[in-house]
Each structure stands twice: as structure tokens, then as C-alpha cells.
Design a binder for this molecule. Sequence first.
Ligand code: NDP
Length: 472
Amino acid sequence: MRLPLTWLSVTVLSQRTVVIFGASGDLSSRLLLPGLGSLLAGPRASAVRIIGTGRSSLAADDWTDRVRTAFASQGEIGPVAAETLATTQYVAGDPTDPAHLRALLELAGPAPVLYFSLPPAVATAIVETLQRVELPEGTELAFEKPFGTDAASAAALNKLVGSLVPEENVHRVDHFLGRTAVLNLIGLRFANRLFEPVWNAEHIESVEIVYDETLGLEGRAQYYDNAGALVDMIQSHLLLVLALLAMDAPATMDAVEVRSEMARALRSTRLYRGSGIEASRRARYTAGVAGGRVVPAYAGEAGVDPERETETLAEVTVEVGTNRWAGVPFTLRSGKALGVARKEIVIKFKPLRHLPSGLHGGRDGETLRIGLNPGELSLSVPALGVDGPYTMGQVFLDATLPSASVLPYGEVLNGILRGDPLLSVRGDVAERCWEIVEPVVAAWKADEVPLEEYEAGSDGPAEWQDLRESAA
Ligand code: NDP
């Protein structure tokens, strides 16, 4: 089955200057610059100018080497990437100093992109400083997640940012929106006679969105111990996947229409049948072997405060209170140091109400599995003849989505460079995602939901039997 890559249309990226704040950091070299490299290597490429900045004093050659290494990780450096490399520079300075910001803006020229690849509190401090600096017309601001630390702080930051540039020039980055498999939910649903007519509570029993990793903390305690699985994955990435799964068809594929439909779905989303206590579970891994590596107990990792009780496995069940979805549980789950890297959406269809008498065997309905990474599709359908001529079984129709050469960060950056916020999170959506999980955060803080344990490399706490059933 070939799916339309609806959002990945061929468009030319206009030349702009991108100022990367926090350029010396992990995100910049591990995700941002390789993402840009993958974009510059493709057919939509045109050279951009990159100015890295931060407090670190990096020699010009060191910075250019970093950018080159990141671009080279995406294959041979082509002419467009080479042009970008020839003009890139690094300017050291305190990002909260207005004089430094003015100098950067002058260097960057018209309509720059200011990309804040640094801790959220620092990004907020820069935005505060920018109130005292004149921004060029057409400036785009890009923020990394998390955007705020709760609904109130996200709203306050939105207000602050809104006083600088219009909403369509604000890009709250969530690279899940740049993943081919996630983008293709649009094509799979709205350009497809097979699924769209049955994409509702009448036909669908349950939906799961799962992102399980075998990786443990990987030295990121400073960030992760303050976030945990709930904020790191569910509050951001997985709720956006839910929005694309649950929304109604947009009138057009532009940012206004698509983001409005996503926002509408999320405004109708609330915890499934009640409070944060009934609708959530949490756990933390103990020592074990995951992904072929010895993983120490989370609570004993350097930089972790065990008293904080940060969860490494979180599950939240929500429902979407619309006619299309009322009563259908959407379970969002993500964990670290698990036995299997399971990253998929599982849509279970209801069995038919009646089977002709004389047919034997299971009465399971269809199950559609959509892989998030890589983009594999598997539809299991009831069929005869698996265990005998009148016995029902399941057969599997499998396909692999065409993989994109542009990395998710490259796809998101392409939108930012073109001034198109389609693949960025709208301000009200950022606030709404916090609102949805806040009752869970409160219940966990009050210790109303026990923090369970699972051995690293296992498939979760022994009591979570249903995890094993849904993985089948
Ligand atoms: P880092 O902690 O590595 O910080 C990035 C850079 O920010 C540092 O190199 C430092 O540069 C600068 N910085 C740090 N603290 C301060 C400070 N107090 N004042 C001024 N500058 C400071 O962050 P990451 O690169 O890991 O992440 C950046 C952002 O991206 C964060 O918001 C994070 O939440 C988000 N993110 C990160 C992911 C990742 O995998 N790393 C994944 C998804 C999101 P210098 O010292 O040169 O000024």
C-alpha cells in the first residue's frame, strides 16, 4: 500500500539567517544541525546562514567543524550545504544582554529566525530582554519543548511572546509533527475510503498510542528527573499524535485549518471516566539489562533525586468528548528501559455484532497498527481457513511507509524557514496539553497513585498484564 505524503509537498525554502541560541548544547549538535543537514541535502534545499551563539567561547574553526560533522552525518556534503558551511559563524556572548542581542540582530539582517535551543528558563529570560530590543519585521521565534511548566506558565509565556511577534511567527517545536509516520496519519485518514468511514466510536473499540524505549537515562538526569515520562512524552508528543488521530477533516491543508482542527480535538479531550487517580498509572525501573546493556536502577543514577519520585513509565487514558469518539478510551503510554522498543498506534476495531452460525473460532475485530518509528503498517483482519475451512483466524496485511530522507527536525525547520507554522504547536494547544494532564500531575504529587516498579529490560510492572496483551 502506498500512502500519499500529503504534507511533504515540494516547496522551496527561502534563504534566511537562523540564529541558534545555546548552539554549544546537546540538542543543537545531535538533532538540530543534522536535521538541517538532511534538509539541505534534499530537493527542497537552498542555502541558509547559521549564526551560533552562547556563552561558551568557541573558535570559529571548532564551530564550523561541528556544523560540518552534523551535515556529514546525513551523507556527502552537497553544494547547498557547502554554501551554508562557508558562511556560518559563531558569536560568543550572554544571550540575556540586550547589547549582545542587538549586535546579533544587526549581523543576522532582515527577517531572521531566532531558535532558542537552551533551557526553557533561559529562553524566557531572552524573550523578556527582547522587549527592550527592536525586532526586524518578519522575525520568527522558535521554542523547544517544554513550553512552560504548566498551563498557567505556558499562558504567561504565550502572552509575553505575543507582545513581540504575531502568533504565525511563533514556532513551538515538537519534532513528532515532522515524522513521516505521524504526518501520514492525515493521508491515511482523510484521503482513504477504507478507514475514514469507520474512524469513530461506532466501529472503534479502543486506541493506544505507545512509545516504549529500551534506552535508560543516558546521562540526561538533569533534564529527565525534572520532567519524567509524563511531561517528556505524553504531555507533548503523544497528545499531538492523539489530536491528529481524533480530529475532523480540515477544510484545507494550511496551518490555520489543520491547527484549528487539532485544537478542537484537544479541547474535547479529558481524562477517561474521571480523575487523575483512575485514569493513570506510573512506575520506575530498577536495575536490569535493557537493549543489551546493563542499566542501573533509576533511583541510583547520578543526578537523580530519588525523593522526587520521577516516573520512567507513565500511562494516561483519555477520551475525546465528541460525537465521533464518545466512550472510546485512548491510552497514551511511554516508558524507558523496557524490554522491547515498541513505538506504535494500535487501533482496535469492534467485532461484528453477529457471525453466521457454523463459523467457529475467535470473534476479534480488525486491529490496525501504525508504527511511529519506522513507519510500518499492519492490519490484522478476520479470515477463514487459518485453522480449518470454517474456523475464523486473523491474517496480517503488512506494509512499510516510504521513508523520508529529511529528518523530523529538518521537516520542522523547513516550515520555520518558510514562515509556515503548520508543523509547529499553536499557543492555545500548548496550554491545552498542560491542562489535560494537570489532574494527573496533581494526583501523583499527592501520592494518590502508587509509584510502582519494574525491572529494566522487562515489559513493565508485573501487575500491568494488559501491556503484554496489547503488544501481541
Ligand atoms: P543544554 O542543557 O545542553 O543547554 C544548551 C545550551 O544552553 C548550553 O550549551 C549552554 O550554552 C546554554 N545554557 C545552558 N544554561 C544556560 C544558562 N543558565 N544561561 C544561558 N545559557 C545557558 O540543553 P539541550 O541542548 O539538551 O536542550 C536545549 C533545549 O531543547 C531544552 O529546552 C530542552 O528541553 C530541549 N530538548 C532537548 C532535547 C535533547 O535531546 N537534548 C530533546 C528535546 C527537547 P553556553 O554555555 O554556551 O551558553
